[in-house]
Design a protein around this ligand. Sequence first.
Ligand code: SF4
Length: 474
Amino acid sequence: MEPRTSQFRQGSASALADNQIQRNLDGLYSGFHSARISASGATTNWEELRERGRQIKWHVIENLDHYLDLLATNVEKAGGKVYFAKDAKAASDYVVSVANNRGVEMVVKSKSMLSEEMGLNERLESEGIEPVETDLGEYIVQLAGDTPFHIIAPAIHKSREQVSDLFAEKLGTDRIEDIEELTREARRQLREKFLAAGMGISGANFLVAESGTVTLVTNEGNGRMVTSMPKVHIAISGMEKVVPSLEDLGLFLRLLIRSATGQMLSSYVTTVTGPRRSEEEDGPEEFHLVIVDNGRSRLLADEHLREGLLCLRCGACLNACPVYRKVGGHAYGWVYPGPIGSIVSPMLTGLSDAKDLPYASTLCGACKEACPVKIDIPRMLLYLRKELTQGDNYPSDKSVDSAEKLAMKGWRASVSSAGTMQFANWVGRLGQSLVSRQSESPGLPGPLSGWTDHRDMPELKESFRSRWKRLQKE
Ligand code: SF4
């Protein structure tokens, strides 16, 4: 997926003007967000689980080399192959080379954000290999030539009528508007693909180091088909997905599923440890695990941002965020939207190209409150803002224009003493009264108009100090 993080403002404006998107975003609050609150509220030791999950993830991130080595050893012991890819290209090259060596013409895929990050579908298509998404949301997005809108609900921006039109256009079906019927049609189409595919590609929700197990959480069972029907299975995963033990996996499954969909359990949890053994009835003949860096080392190296690697990709922070709930996933311009995307994307795609994202937050703290591993997203957003303006850690990405610099200097000078502040307030009130007199709905001129385009600017008739004195006397 091509990053368009630099177009956040345009993307937000078009999402705000799109009634369909606004209607569907409203549903996130009453749906996933409320369900998460009920599910976590019904779990008596929820806070304890969150704290334990956070500690385990921190321990893993601080000992990542050890756990990745252990994982690789155990995957190989179980008969699988492990490939460490430094970037998206190396990971895609590996997948394509395995597919070409086995003469694969079609692959079935289960949902994977990393695959979007790698641009894997485009790459497979350019090699003459057909990729077929099998998660219903991803299937819809693929048919529409679109990109995912939400981490766990990729097609949430599409209405039932739009999906019906899409199926009629791309699959030649009659117009169907019943959701169960639409799902049945997708299942019918995909069944043929599962049977014909030479390779299955899955993501991974967790990688268990002590057993070399890849774990997938789905509600549709497609993950199970992708990992067991084709002769070759390749799992692709970011290097941060490792957890130490199967016991820890139990804890993280509870945290992930309750935070993502508000369910106590998901419909399917698939665990894959190596290829099929001789005594087993199904499973692939070959199993590969591709562990991808692609900029994650950059996050790991920055002690202020490392916490972003704790993310379970549950999407709870998106559903809680007042900004995401208005502008939606496409505005953020890359695979990872919402509050966590505003931390991760700048590190993976380049801070200067994503400089608007750290500002796309009210810093209300709802994301931290919702996060099952208590990631302190507001703290990291403030850190990125500081780096963009005056930090030393990403000098080539620093981006503050000279007008803003001048304005900040002026502001600093104006608040440096009581006298200059009083004078600045007086000048400000004078300027505002002049602007107000010229128009019934006054707005600030030039680049300052961004502040008043969507806000009223009532005339300030007296200063705060004089108002305070007056109110105390009254
Ligand atoms: S930051 Fe927390 S809430 Fe947001 S997706 Fe990651 S784990 Fe979920």
